[in-house]
Design a protein around this ligand. Structure first.
Ligand SMILES: [Zn+2]
Ligand SMILES: [Zn+2]
Length: 378
């Protein structure tokens, strides 16, 4: 390995390991054996910040949301996953000369690598590649002692998917790139180009990112947001979104009437759902106009009931999985230009606090004041 000058790389590092569902342990583990992965494009990165993704809470509970979303299958997670796929840091080690240019750079790498050979990869849909290798969960790796992720002092990534962080963006802000690229991909599955009103169901980081990006694409598009968390409503109010409806204060019928009134009975042409429940579907489909598209990004292993007539007049339901590299580049440009603002989202914590915070949020079902949690490293 070619390392950054004066950089001492220890044998052991701090990591938070998901040993099995509901068991997260902060402990020392061996540093990633870069050479042993037999991929000369790999880089060793000193983690500066790592976002806690909503999907991390699902891995914690034994779900595999990547497999559900991307290939529509239930796949069991291996033991000993180091979670964390939304990371930024400094490149301190590379394996080949062509990656030497990354040494010492502040980077925000894409957390996955696709095969480049399958039917999806060769037709421009690499976001649906079944052979994806992923940081932060067990996907795509051979059997390992610990599966790489960034809830740790160090993480690995690929030179080909590496991007430099614009000077205007902090390490903490940069960690939101994964979710922001997912947001743009989701928008590209809808009908936003038509300029008609949009409904966003669930305004956590994904819903908020979608709303911000729609306002960049076309500031005239009217955005309706339905959200039940007090904190997420407060965050949304800091942006120029048109209508923020707290679903704790209105029932389904009142929400439908409110949006129909505001749209002259027309409804909305695109819906972006990050909740994905029977009630979110039934609410959304009551508001989708003829020819409109409903994009669901929260695919659960469940059957839901709805009336087929809600899909009459060429209304469509689709899902959205991951993102394409061009979407990542576009979003990073907007973040660098400060057209996307994520500063108000972030709550910084220490790596060692992760097990306690997961227990509070999942086991005690108490989201507290968190909107987007970021592990900040020294
Ligand atoms: Zn994520
Ligand atoms: Zn592929």
């Amino acid at each position: 390995m070619i390392t950054l000058k004066d950089e001492q790389i220890p044998k052991l590092m701090n990591a938070v390991v998901l040993e099995k569902p509901f068991v997260l342990v902060h402990k020392k583990i061996p540093i990633w054996p870069l050479e042993e992965f037999k991929d000369p494009d790999l880089l060793l990165i000193k983690v500066k910040a790592c976002g806690v993704c909503g999907s991390d809470f699902r891995y914690y509970q034994g779900e595999n949301p990547w497999a559900q979303h991307t290939i529509g299958q239930k796949i069991e997670n291996p033991p000993n996953i180091v979670l964390g796929h939304e990371f930024s840091g400094i490149v301190i080690g590379v394996l080949n000369d062509s990656n030497k240019k990354w040494l010492g750079k502040r980077v925000i790498p894409i957390c996955s690598k696709t095969c480049g050979k399958c039917a999806m990869c060769t037709t421009g849909r690499e976001n649906l590649c079944e052979n994806t290798i992923h940081m932060g969960h067990g996907q795509g790796w051979d059997e390992l002692e610990y599966y790489p992720g960034a809830y740790a002092d160090y993480v690995i990534a690929w030179g080909k998917g590496c991007f430099e962080i614009p000077e205007s963006v902090t390490f903490e802000e940069a960690t939101t790139m994964d979710v922001l690229a997912v947001c743009l991909h989701m928008i590209n599955q809808g009908n936003v180009e038509k300029g008609e009103p949009v409904l966003i169901l669930g305004c956590g980081p994904a819903g908020n990112g979608i709303a911000q990006i729609i306002k960049i694409i076309d500031p005239k598009i009217e955005i309706f947001i339905v959200e039940n968390s007090k904190r997420a409503v407060e965050v949304a109010k800091q942006y120029k979104f048109n209508y923020i409806i707290n679903s704790n204060t209105k029932n389904e019928e009142e929400i439908i009437q409110f949006i129909l009134n505001k749209t002259n009975g027309h409804g909305v042409n695109s819906i972006f759902d990050s909740i994905g429940t029977e009630s979110s579907f039934n609410l959304g489909l009551s508001l989708l106009t003829k020819g409109g598209t409903y994009v669901n990004m929260a695919v659960h292993d469940q059957n839901i009931t709805m009336n087929q007539m809600k899909l009459a007049s060429e209304r469509k339901i689709t899902t959205s999985s991951n993102f394409l590299i061009e979407e990542y580049k576009q979003t990073l440009k907007w973040l660098g230009e400060k057209r996307i603002n994520v500063k108000t989202w972030l709550t910084e914590i220490k790596l060692s606090e992760i097990p306690k915070i997961f227990r509070k949020i999942v086991d005690e079902n108490n989201r507290g004041e968190y909107f987007k949690i970021i592990i900040k490293k020294d």
